[in-house]
Design a protein around this ligand. Structure first.
Ligand SMILES: C[S@@+](CC[C@H](N)C(=O)[O-])C[C@H]1O[C@@H](n2cnc3c(N)ncnc32)[C@H](O)[C@@H]1O
Length: 252
């Protein structure tokens, strides 16, 4: 069952206000990391899966991409992306990633920033992504780190009586699958997968893994958001850069 939590009005309002603040884990940890892995994209045809309000799609056009297709399940996110769309080189499609059909289209690069942990069937997704990439085409994605998604509670920091963080309690790591948490609203559903599943599914689908990041904050984050120092104790995100090779163990 696909959840569309970004169309929940309470969730959407809180999420947009977080992103508009410019002071978030996205700004100081995840975005700098994913951008650091971006190849030269001049003239490239790019697919952005879970594009949200389209800021990464715009970034790609600003960096010289010839066209970006942004896909997102949320009407709220796509409406906002289209409202701010001064680029005629970006096409937005409001649709679940799982149902995306783009017959005959092949991309130089497929990116996905913090959307893949919302997708239940990861191996089907990776096989689908492979079929949408040109030979040698790249897949760069970030997802919540398995050390974080393993949790069954909303917050797995163990604290002392004053609320100071003592350590992160990693548990239920090998138990992959659905997790429902409170994030602005109850029952926000994500899917936990182990690091080996994230990597091996790529390898089984004929991807070469070029780089893996478990990023910490850039210096500005430590200044503007002091609690972000805890990324050094437990990473929130993993970012994987991979490339389609001509060898594939799975049949697509
Ligand atoms: C954390 S936001 C990230 C948005 C954007 N990539 C960014 O970095 O600003 C996750 C996005 O994934 C989208 N999403 C979640 N599940 C989806 C699905 N099954 N199909 C398409 N988009 C989905 C949400 O609607 C949301 O816009």
């Amino acid at each position: 069952m696909k959840q569309n939590i970004y169309d929940n009005p309470v969730f959407f309002k809180e999420y947009v206000s977080l992103r508009d603040s410019g002071i978030s884990y996205n700004d100081f940890v995840e975005q700098p990391a994913i951008k650091s892995l971006m190849p030269a994209i001049k003239g490239e045809y790019i697919l952005d899966l879970g594009c949200g309000t389209g800021h990464f799609a715009k970034y790609c056009i600003d960096k010289g991409a010839s066209k970006v297709i942004g896909v997102d399940i949320s009407k709220n996110m796509i409406h906002r992306a289209m409202k701010d769309n001064e680029h005629n080189k970006i096409e937005y499609i409001c649709m679940p990633i799982e149902e995306l059909e783009l017959p005959g289209q092949k991309f130089d690069l497929i990116i996905s920033s913090l959307a893949i942990h919302y997708i239940e069937n990861y191996s089907k997704l990776i096989a689908r992504i492979r079929s949408l990439l040109k030979e040698g085409g790249e897949l760069i994605f970030s997802t919540e780190h398995p050390i974080v998604t393993a949790r069954k509670e909303s917050d797995n920091w163990v604290r002392d009586d004053e609320g100071n963080r003592l350590h992160w309690a990693l548990d239920n790591y090998q138990e992959e699958g659905k997790r429902a948490h409170n994030w602005y609203v109850d029952d926000v559903v994500i899917y936990h997968r182990t690091i080996s599943t994230l990597m091996n599914t790529l390898l089984e689908n004929g991807f070469i893994i070029d780089k893996v990041l478990e990023p910490q904050s850039i210096p500005a984050g430590l200044e503007k958001m002091p609690k972000i120092v805890n990324e050094g104790r437990r990473p929130s995100f993993i970012v994987i850069k991979s490339r389609k090779s001509n060898k594939c163990q799975s049949i697509i």
